[in-house]
Design a protein around this ligand. Structure first.
Ligand code: SAM
Length: 447
């Protein structure tokens, strides 16, 4: 898995099933392999800092397969209960088989030095003084790139305990969340059928224990009654459905960035219950096909188009979801390798597209209708930065003309805590147990 991610830019969660199958790993072996692979990818920055402290060779000069073996060994020594000698022996033998005795000797020496301290001991030695550099300290402790730790700190307005809590929660393997499809099954029925628990906030959500086997094989999932979907995604999509409209409903809703179709399934189910319909736009043909399959039994029409120029009728929709492409910094806990693959410069390119899609959404919504702008990122440039440029200020409207920002907190269930002062909503793993989803609700005034 480490090789596939490094060499082919593979996504670990997509590469994993075929790797497990190829090596005939099942049950506990599969669980251990998953834990070692995901854990090593997630902790890469911390592991590299420790490896770097244990060798005179620059990391960039270590052959890639040896670095993979060192990371895998370091992860086991620092973050698992695998005995050190077992971790060292297996990694050394792995390297000896493919790369000979000299390389094996090098890996052996470095891993033995790593084993001289536990994780806390290495952090004492390597982390910056939190009084001088709290963000650097939190980043290393919870194995996040510094720029991402800084983005979290900026969004939280905190560099102390709350930043530590946010990064710690983001560094923990999350529970699987299911969406009970409206009209198909209720959350309590789904919880009973899967042995899960009803979600604390989403009326459609069920939480399953992490590492509890293949979710795709659960009966309600194979029967199409439920799909995997983070509770935060459920909350923001349901908020659009609940937001207060002005004027007369037409029963036409739009999902402008719909692939692979998670929120379209929820919105499609909700609009169907009202006798309405959902249009779903997606620029990638492959992802549009995933939306078609996910919504096949719903009144959903899928169009492959650029959402900025979709050809759909302007002013034609009551409710529009702009679930914009983003850095995904809010869902890092579900994608082990993503935090080390993303670059700070990715944001600049995305924010332009996000603004243009939001402007398009506001063109497509009817007067009195509502647009939900959503990202699975808490990065301020992608969230309030985008919204403030478009919404403008009273008397100084943005590029979409006069619009009204609604208090998005009022469209969430009453019992969701920690939502701040509004009008936008930022969910967090450490506060809500959800991905860090962002939501703004914007209403077009009546003519
Ligand atoms: C955050 S994802 C949407 C997730 C989806 N709403 C769900 O809940 O499953 C963003 C999607 O926007 C698509 N996209 C990117 N640029 C686009 C554009 N210009 N117009 C429409 N869709 C676009 C991407 O291919 C991606 O599928």
């Amino acid at each position: 898995m480490l090789t596939a991610v490094r060499d082919r830019d593979a996504y670990a969660n997509l590469a994993l099933p075929s790797i497990l199958r190829r090596h005939g790993l099942r049950d506990r072996d599969a669980a251990l392999a998953t834990e070692l692979g995901y854990g090593t990818l997630r902790a890469q920055g911390l592991l590299d800092a420790v490896i770097d402290a244990c060798t005179d060779r620059a990391l960039s000069k270590i052959e890639h397969p040896l670095l993979d073996a060192l990371r895998l060994g370091a992860y086991q020594i620092l973050r698992t209960r695998v005995p050190d000698h077992a971790a060292v022996d297996t990694c050394v033998e792995l390297v000896r088989g493919d790369h000979g005795s000299r390389s094996a000797g090098f890996v052996n020496a470095v891993l033995r030095r790593i084993g001289e301290h536990d994780e806390a001991g290495w952090l004492d030695r390597l982390a910056p003084d939190p009084a001088e550099d709290p963000v650097g300290d939190a980043a290393l402790r919870h194995a996040h790139p510094r720029w991402i730790a800084q983005a979290f700190a900026d969004a939280l307005g905190d560099t102390g305990d709350e930043l530590q809590a946010a990064l710690a929660a983001d560094d923990t393997r999350p529970q699987v969340h299911l969406l009970a499809r409206p009209g198909e099954i209720t959350a309590d029925e789904l919880a009973l059928a899967t042995g899960g628990e009803e979600a604390p906030y989403s009326p459609y959500g069920v939480h399953l224990e992490a590492g509890g086997g293949d979710v795709g094989e659960l009966e309600p999932v194979t029967e199409g009654l439920a799909v995997v979907q983070d509770e935060g995604s459920q909350l923001v999509a349901a908020a659009l459905a609940k937001a207060e409209l002005l004027g007369e409903d037409t029963g036409r809703w739009l999902d402008l960035c719909a692939g692979p179709g998670g929120k379209a399934v929820l919105l499609g189910g909700l609009v169907a219950a009202e006798g309405g319909s959902l249009d779903a736009v997606e620029s990638s043909e492959h992802r549009a096909e995933l939306v078609r399959r996910a919504t096949a039994d719903l009144p959903v029409t899928v169009t492959v188009a650029d959402g900025r120029d979709s050809g759909l009728p302007e002013g034609g929709f009551d409710r529009v979801l702009v679930d914009a492409p983003c850095t995904g910094l809010g869902a890092l806990r579900r994608r082990p390798e993503a935090r080390w693959r993303r670059r700070p410069e990715d944001t600049a390119e995305l924010t332009r597209l996000q603004r243009e899609l939001l402007v398009a959404g506001l063109r497509l919504v009817r007067p009195g209708g509502v647009v939900a702008y959503v990202t699975c990122s808490p990065h301020l440039a992608e969230t309030v930065g985008v919204v403030s440029r478009i919404v403008g200020r009273p008397g100084r409207p943005g590029p979409a003309g006069e619009v009204e920002q609604l208090d998005a907190r009022t469209a969430l269930p009453d019992d969701v805590p920690g939502l701040g002062d509004g009008p936008t909503v930022q969910l967090w793993p450490h506060r809500h147990g959800t991905d860090a989803m962002f939501l703004a609700l914007i209403r077009k005034p009546l003519d």
